[in-house]
Design a protein around this ligand. Sequence first.
Ligand code: G6P
Length: 440
Amino acid sequence: MKKLKIVTIGGGSSYTPELVEGIINRYESLPVTQLWLVDCEEGKHKLEIVGALAKRMIKKAGVAIELHMTQDRKEALQDADFVITQLRVGLLEARIKDERIPLKYGLIGQETNGAGGLFKALRTIPVILDICQDMKELCPEAWLINFTNPAGIVTEAVNRYSPIKKVIGLCNVPVGMQKAIADTLETDMKNIRVRFGGLNHMVYATEIEMNGENKMPYVLERWGVQSMSNIKGIEWHNAFVRELGVVPSPYHRYYYMAKETLEDELEKFKQNGTRAETVKKIEDELFELYKDETLEEKPKLLEQRGGAYYSDAACNLIDSIYNDSGDIQVVNTLNRGAMEEFEYDEVVEISAMITKNGPIPLTVGKLPKAVKGLVQQIKSFELAACEAAVTGDYNKALLALMINPLVQSQSYAKVVLDELLEAHKSYLPQFYNKSVMYLR
Ligand code: G6P
């Protein structure tokens, strides 16, 4: 039988059972022969627990997938076909700091937006670029499927600063939006065609079609709360959404409702802590469940995580590349002229046709004028964040924070930057040791 080897870096993640379930369910079309779960010393304990559950799931399904667990990334990457990155540098403790420190100064504290998002990028990009160097040596033909956040920025950094060009970033937000659009139209997802364009955690549905009819006006008229388990579902004003002309994502609340979202975060911060702290409790519970030797499937509790169905999106994507399906999926990939607002070589989140040679983005053309400024500003922030991450240059990190629309304060930008740099010192060698550079 032909080998098909998938390597998951960050294999000890609580999301792994979902990935294993996705691989098992697609075994006929995607006959994976080896699944490698890789984690570092800090993640070893989680890897052992989740790996044992994965083994039970595979055994129960009766499929011929060899499961390997290792801390030796190079051994795992040798001749891989697909490499999935789902790691969290500094574990949830680092996310808690990303969320708490900005909130202390009255700034949005979120893991992918604003100051928190910048720091997650600064910690993550060097690690991913190292993985890319290993891939160049050990599996240069493999596809890198990244859903490590901030997924758009990480994918941008890989394209810009690594030798790996077969990279695709993934997010579950468009899947959730598609589901909510289908619910609004009181139909099933398979009956509608939705086109997306924008950036990761800043994507818009730009076209909606059902039975050959344009359903955008109908949906905009009724677009209400669509939320996610990790974001407060403040209702949109219909008048605003209608005028916008495209469907915003749940994450747009951080921008269009920045004050309301901040008030909500501050309230929670005072009561039970940030989302990261809630997630930590869910994770602890999940790992208690995973330890149960009679458990042989993904537990329902995993659905309380905002990233539920991520792995399903990853499996769909891998399946379509492997089988050269030519179906449409929403991915983070090079713009290649599909949207006028971005350069040819900038990474965007967009509907694309998935082939064995990768995604071919579908033309969106122009986004409405009303969203153009915001998406371009965020792209500028993303590029500055990438530069800061690869150079370890303090001034570039300050620039990224200052141009982020969620910061809006020179003095707070500096205080928050200094405090986060100090808090994450051990994960940011590029800022402290000038012999560490990731520009290659
Ligand atoms: C959504 C986002 C993901 C993010 C997740 C956070 O799914 O698309 O990028 O990882 O929410 O969920 P959590 O349960 O960790 O707050």
